[in-house]
Design a protein around this ligand. Structure first.
Ligand code: G6P
Length: 478
């Protein structure tokens, strides 16, 4: 087996498996721009993507080639994949409990702090699983990396990997990229102090740390200064730690325009578009597309729409809210409860305002990518109102595909607001009345202004497409 020059490590890999009716395994490449961007850079170079087996079919695929790489497949452009078959209790502790139920909540500042979190012996056990999971990734990377290889570690699931790798393979050049926001030290400190230190020191094993927004990079630097007492240069964005200088960079991931246009040209998108138009008639459209995710603030988005219909009755019967939410993280109880409250709120609005001819909210909680693309094409207004978000690519993808010069109502707490803020209508995500007013402003904006703003949004959205975003990170490793 050749050793790889470029390695990527992420919890969710570029490919997933399912079992067909006759019992054989079928694989599907991840659809997002990130996967295609990373694969296109690594094509033609010995490269390896290490990820976790996340389903029974994934585990079967990993088990059929134990400890080995899955075959290089045509649609992975020559990149090998090593899917780790991690014991179920370790995966649950690391992914569901620590990453999704704890670190995600900390970085998005989502805790209802008088009640949660509470870090007892159960958490200590989960943290042990998180360590073991990070060790398993490090083992695979150590075994698969050529001398002096470059390793790009992704996201909050794998914060300890850089430190472990540096100890075991000092020849490697290591980057870590955070896809979430980063909480300020006042909030981050709520983690048990040993855990907080271990996370920061784990990441500082890298040569280069990447973030999506200057706000998250600076919050990380402040955590290093306050919690580790590390020597931090806020101006140059560097941390001195363990006798090394670690660079912190901002790489604002953008939309993949080519891939988006290619996907939007599929016949399935035209078909969904016809179905949507049949449903909504000639009403104006406020569109949102998210994972069913607490940080996306879907309930307050619906409340804002209710405020709009209440305060401005002239919109009743003339506007429809399309809310498409992909199911997400059903293993986490808070996500299941949140999905229920999203469904309940939409139902209440429909009960209050619907007429024989008009349904105010069309909400679907399922996975239909062609329908999302069709809704981007048709949107008059795109609503993206997260309470906190690393970047938010919907805010970037929507304006690229919009055919009606959509206006963007955007939370100032999304990383995307850094680049799109001038052309979007920025809102405070907690203020539903402010958001309702912004929806009204968006719906009544003169055509010429909408066109100009939409052009600026689309231009800013594609400034750093995934391929270049990844190249930037590799370049920062020399
Ligand atoms: C966020 C994370 C990504 C992750 C995605 C889906 O955007 O930053 O790394 O892939 O959510 O989450 P999931 O838990 O389904 O992998």
């Amino acid at each position: 087996m050749d050793k790889a020059q470029i390695l990527i490590a992420s919890n969710r890999g570029p490919v997933s498996f399912s079992t067909t009716a006759d019992g054989s395994l079928e694989h599907r490449r991840g659809g997002g721009g990130l996967v295609s961007g990373m694969i296109s850079v690594a094509t033609g170079i010995d490269s390896l993507w290490v990820c976790a087996a996340l389903s029974d079919s994934d585990r079967r695929a990993a088990g059929e080639a134990p400890g080995a790489r899955l075959d290089r497949t045509h649609d992975l452009g020559g990149m090998s994949v090593h899917m780790l078959d991690i014991p179920a209790d370790v995966l649950t502790g690391a992914y569901t409990d620590v990453s999704n139920s704890t670190l995600w909540f900390v970085q998005h500042m989502m805790y209802d702090t008088p009640n949660k979190p509470s870090f007892g012996s159960r958490f200590r056990e989960q943290w042990g699983h998180y360590r073991a999971y990070n060790e398993a990734f490090a083992d695979a990377l150590v075994a698969g990396a050529a001398v002096n290889a470059r390793v790009a570690v992704q996201d909050l699931h794998l914060a300890l990997v850089p430190h472990i790798l540096r100890n075991r393979r000092p020849d490697l050049r290591i980057a870590h990229f955070s896809h979430t926001p980063w909480a300020p030290p006042e909030y981050f400190r709520m983690l048990p102090s040993r855990v907080a230190r271990e996370l920061l020191e784990g990441m500082l094993g890298a040569d280069h740390l990447g973030f999506l927004s200057p706000r998250w990079a600076d919050a990380f630097l402040r955590c290093c200064a306050e919690i580790l007492r590390a020597d931090v240069d806020l101006e140059r964005r560097t941390v001195e730690h363990g006798g090394r200088v670690i660079e912190v960079g901002v790489h604002a991931l953008g939309a993949d325009e080519d891939l988006l246009r290619e996907s939007a040209a599929e016949p399935a998108v035209a078909e969904r578009r016809r179905t949507l138009l049949d449903l909504v008639g000639d009403t104006r459209l406020i569109v949102r597309v998210d994972r069913t995710e607490l940080s996306k603030n879907i309930v307050r988005g619906l409340e804002a729409y209710r405020e709009l219909l209440t305060a401005r009755p002239e919109w009743r019967g003339r506007v429809t809210h399309l809310a498409f939410a992909y199911p997400s993280r059903g293993d986490v109880p808070e996500y299941r409860a949140y999905t229920e409250s999203v469904l309940r709120t939409a139902k209440e609005i429909n009960e209050e305002f619907a007429t024989a001819e008009w349904t105010p909210v069309i909400l679907e909680v399922d996975d239909d990518y062609p329908r999302s693309l069709a809704s981007f094409q048709l949107a008059d207004v795109l609503l993206v109102n997260p309470i906190r978000d690393g970047m938010n690519l919907v805010a970037k993808e929507g304006p690229v595909l919009s055919e009606r010069d959509c206006a963007l109502v955007l939370s100032r707490e999304a990383g995307a607001a850094d680049e799109l803020g001038d052309a979007a209508l920025l809102v405070d995500p907690y203020d539903t009345l402010d958001t309702a007013e912004a929806l009204h402003t968006a719906l009544t904006m003169p055509e010429e202004e909408r066109r100009k703003r939409r052009e600026r949004l689309a231009e800013a959205a594609v400034a750093l497409p995934p391929r270049r975003w990844f190249e930037d990170q590799l370049r920062s490793l020399g």
